[in-house]
Design a protein around this ligand. Structure first.
Ligand SMILES: [Mg+2]
Length: 238
């Protein structure tokens, strides 16, 4: 075992897309096409307008669906179902040995994704790693006081910490999106940046941010280093 397992073992919050699998290789293309088509159809606008609106909402709210709900009174569940309705198994790509690597990583694992619940489980199953996660926290669980609050909402991060019932320093967010890591740090979590060139607004691999404890380019790198050196560094023990 690379690090001690027990009540003080890390509690890992894993992002899904471009963290546990390479969504840029096929899945994002499928979602992208479905989003443009769905926004255009639901709002009855042309393709260019639909494209502009969804990019604007993604940038402003962290998820296109929030803009659709807030500005157009579209039902979130209907929008998400229509934009993620494709065969994920044919499109998933992940690093070699992901199953084994997750099994070797000590501590509880929770999936934290702005994607819909049904899609998240389908991807986990296609990757063969569903059993490693004790639960999935998806956009379906991110309504607070009647409003959708996905990552990077600090209110969401606090809600998750309360639910987990562990000190923030024991919880590690593993993510490709920097702004989500920044808000995790704001509430006291540890942070791992999984660099992915396909992630929008992704910073180059070199250089450190104050809110990033460790940078990796794969989940497997969490385990690298003798005796779980990297994990101890993440947990502030080195
Ligand atoms: Mg991601």
């Amino acid at each position: 075992m690379p690090a001690a397992v027990g009540s003080h073992a890390p509690i890992w919050l894993f992002d899904l897309d471009n963290t546990l699998h390479d969504a840029s290789k096929g899945i994002f293309g499928a979602i992208d096409g479905a989003m443009s088509h769905t926004v255009a159809a639901m709002l009855d606008v042309d393709a260019d307008t639909a494209d502009r609106l969804r990019k604007e909402y993604w940038k402003r709210y962290g998820a296109t669906v929030i803009g659709m709900v807030r500005h157009h009174e579209i039902k979130a569940s209907v929008f998400l179902e229509r934009t993620h309705d494709f065969d994920v198994a044919a499109l998933v790509h992940s690093e070699n040995g992901l199953k084994r690597k997750l099994a070797c990583l000590p501590g509880r694992k929770i999936l934290l994704t702005n994607a819909p619940l049904d899609y998240a489980w389908r991807v986990l199953k296609a990757l063969g790693i569903a059993r490693h996660f004790e639960c999935v926290w998806s956009i379906d669980h991110m309504a607070l006081q009647g409003r959708l609050r996905p990552k990077p909402s600090a209110a969401l991060m606090r809600q998750i910490l309360a639910k987990i019932g562990a000190p923030a320093q024991q919880v590690v967010l593993v993510e490709d999106t920097l702004r989500n890591l920044r808000s995790a740090r704001q509430v006291g979590m540890r942070t791992v940046h999984v660099f992915h060139a396909g992630t929008p607004f992704s910073a180059p691999y070199n250089g450190r941010s104050q809110y990033v404890d460790v940078r990796v380019t794969s989940v497997g790198q969490l385990l690298s280093g003798q005796g779980g050196h990297r994990i101890r560094r993440i947990m502030g023990h080195v």
